[in-house]
Design a protein around this ligand. Structure first.
Ligand code: AMP
Length: 466
């Protein structure tokens, strides 16, 4: 099988975009699924998060899109609000050369009316959770007669979460002539049954273990005791030059305490846990993604929605009692063909947990010895993790709803208007009602002032450093 994008029947626009995003080779699921979907066939694809499955279904959708008409062509169902946001973000990235393409997330927990009015104005792609999608169907705030493609993402998880009936109702409401794709990590019987009911001659694509590149993750173990844990973590942060790290703790209380300890010591750390409001979580995630926070500390539940591509280091501050959780946690590094690093802390008393992990992974964790000779010359390290983040985040009170685009913000900050160098501007994220832009800390004050004095799209917005 050929593994380059050029072998696919994709438009030159899409080939340019994937090249710009730095995607060099097709992932196995992409190599198998994209040709099938481009032929308009139904598909059941085996896939995991991090396998590149979003692009596997998004590229064929974009290829078949007609931007002239503002009608709904594709519906993607996902199990959670966070996954919807993640999928929509990847679709928008891939669609950056499709001006005018409208992608809307339709998830619970967001104002219904606002979604309804966006749907009323017309969108091309909807990424929805089943419950909220069904609400819109029932209240006739969404029209689906033009839909030609429906994708069930993480189908097994949606079924586990009890969305079976909702999904059936949604699929029944769609036009009969359409393409249906299921993506799932596992294939329980319910999925087989659904496939027989809602698909026609579906092509099944499974990635065998040999083909799916085993994630390349270096796994280290550092023996420590509860009373030396913080000290050892600080040592690790002083001796590692990774850009960022995700630290897992078992409990919310530990997350809060550790965040406090590190922040008070001047380390660039923030946290995600169940007590945060959605807007606070969004904000923390945006700051972590755009490199204004270097260390993110989280519980497993809160980390579920984290959609950061290149996590170069995962630290298990505490081992979980279930070895599967270990695998899940470290699976957040070493994605899309890059090498990852996972460092776990454990005390002597936790040997049974270590045994269980080694049994499950089939390999021995590499012991990391902490002694003076292992210390690197910190001065020589380019940018150890304990050092402050280079970027700061500015929140702007306008977003997609105000038709703000990344180029508008860039324009307001650079050139005659803003006077900043493009090199000082990092990631720009446009959300529904606000935007985040990362700028170098050294110029952040000047940037806020010029944003508050100037206009974006002819309008005044409030800007502040968060
Ligand atoms: P997904 O499994 O869709 O969540 O994708 C995992 C990550 O891999 C996403 O952030 C993509 O941007 C990235 N990605 C997708 N396809 C490729 C590719 N062919 N090469 C490199 N990175 C990719």
């Amino acid at each position: 099988m050929r593994h380059d994008f050029g072998s696919l029947a994709l438009s030159s626009t899409l080939l340019t975009v994937v090249a710009e995003l730095g995607y060099e080779k097709l992932t196995p699921i992409q190599a198998q699924a994209i040709p099938v979907l481009l032929q308009g066939k139904d598909l059941i694809g085996q896939s995991k998060t991090g396998s590149g499955k979003t692009a596997a279904f998004a590229l064929p959708i974009l290829e078949q899109l007609d931007l002239e008409k503002r009608s709904l062509k594709a519906l993607v169902l996902c199990p959670s609000r966070e996954l919807c946001a993640q999928v929509a973000r990847e679709i928008r990235r891939l669609a950056c050369r499709h001006p005018g393409l409208q992608v809307l997330t339709v998830a619970g927990g967001e104002p219904f009316r606002r979604q309804a009015s966006a749907l009323e104005r017309g969108v091309h792609v909807v990424v929805a959770t089943p419950g909220r999608m069904l609400d819109h169907l029932r209240r006739r705030t969404i029209r689906v007669h033009t839909v030609t493609t429906v994708v069930l993402d993480e189908a097994d998880r949606m079924l586990d979460m009890g969305f079976h009936d909702d999904i059936e109702k949604i699929l029944t409401a769609l036009p009969k002539r359409r393409q249906t794709a299921f993506f799932s990590a596992t294939f329980p019987r319910t999925i087989e049954v659904m496939s027989r009911t809602f698909q026609h001659g579906a092509v099944r694509v499974t990635i065998d273990d040999g083909e799916e590149a085993a994630p390349d993750i270096r796994q280290l173990l550092l023996m420590t005791e509860p009373e030396t844990r913080v000290r050892d973590l600080r040592w690790l942060l002083a001796n590692h030059a990774h850009e960022s790290a995700l630290i897992f703790c078992n409990f919310k209380a530990t997350v809060k305490e550790l965040t406090h300890t590190l922040s008070s010591a001047g380390v660039s750390a923030d946290c995600l846990h169940g007590d945060l409001e959605q807007f606070e979580r969004d904000r923390v995630m945006a700051r972590f993604r755009n490199e204004s926070i270097r260390i993110l500390i989280a519980t497993d539940v809160a980390a579920r929605g984290i959609d950061v591509v290149d996590l170069d280091l995962v630290i298990n501050y505490e081992l979980h009692s279930q070895p599967e959780v270990y695998i899940h946690r470290i699976g957040r590094t070493g994605r899309a063909g890059k090498q990852g690093l996972a460092i776990s802390f454990a005390s002597i008393r936790e040997q049974p947990k270590i045994d269980a992990i080694e049994k499950l992974t089939g390999s021995r964790l590499e012991r990391l010895v902490r002694d003076a000779s292992a210390d690197v010359d910190t001065e020589a390290l380019p940018n150890p993790l304990e050092r402050d983040a280079r970027m700061a985040t500015i929140q702007i009170s306008g977003g997609r709803r105000d038709k703000v685009r990344p180029g508008d913000i860039l324009g307001a900050l650079t050139g005659e208007a803003g006077g900043l160098n493009a090199a000082d501007i990092g990631k720009i994220e446009i959300h529904e009602r606000l935007s985040y832009v990362a700028v170098s800390k050294t110029v952040s004050q000047a940037a806020v002032e010029s944003l508050n004095e100037g206009r974006i799209k002819g309008k005044r917005f409030r800007a502040s450093i968060i």
